[in-house]
Design a binder for this molecule. Structure first.
Ligand SMILES: [Zn+2]
Ligand SMILES: [Zn+2]
Length: 194
């Protein structure tokens, strides 16, 4: 909440506000957002106009999220521009309650949060990446390919063994079947044959 009383409802009056506010909860989308209570640096100009108060400025936030391809943690800075007209809630014109697009002052107070929320969410990347060409994860083993560009399973895995590994995995997942599986070289009998 910002107090606009100083402007005295005199059109043309303005003041600048530089402040750091704590981020509200849930400022972001699933994959990336602003951590709750992290600092939001606001640089604002409040300007009294005929109908209300015009707010312009910027907000600098910190983002935390995950790369959608390789799940690497992301820490980024984001700066968004803000511009919004808040009309006096006692302005002579009848209030059209259906008009969602109009922001209203609450007395002398101005609630910046919805405007900040819209601006930040709009500016967030829908599919954040650790880098534009992130190669993601190895489909075979889940290794992060950006850390290991030459990564391959080419000759190392004989397809027949891979099939057997999958079979073992399936049976292990079934629980009770796991004990009855006998694979070459790993049955108890083989160890006692010397
Ligand atoms: Zn990535
Ligand atoms: Zn791999």
């Amino acid at each position: 909440m910002l107090d606009t009383r100083e402007l005295g409802r005199r059109p043309g009056t303005q003041k600048t506000v530089t402040t750091t506010e704590e981020a509200p909860a849930d400022l972001g989308i699933d994959v990336i957002g602003v951590p709750e209570s992290s600092g939001i640096d606001l640089e604002l100009r409040l300007e009294s106009v005929m109908e209300g108060v015009l707010v312009t400025g910027s907000a600098a936030v910190q983002l935390e999220g995950q790369c959608v391809r390789c799940l690497e943690d992301l820490h980024e800075d984001l700066e968004v521009d803000l511009q919004e007209l808040y009309v006096y809630d006692d302005a002579g014109a009848p209030v059209d309650e259906d008009d969602e697009g109009v922001r209203r002052l609450e007395g002398d107070l101005l609630d910046l949060e919805p405007v900040l929320r819209d601006a930040v969410v709009l500016a967030l990347p829908q599919n954040p990446l650790c880098r534009p060409d992130c190669p993601g994860l190895c489909a075979e083993c889940g290794a992060r390919l950006a850390d290991d560009p030459g990564h391959t399973h080419g000759e190392a895995l004989d397809p027949r063994w891979a099939a057997l590994d999958r079979l073992k995995q399936d049976e292990t997942d079934d629980g009770h079947l796991a004990r009855t599986v006998k694979t070459p070289g790993t049955s108890p009998g083989d160890d006692q044959e010397d």
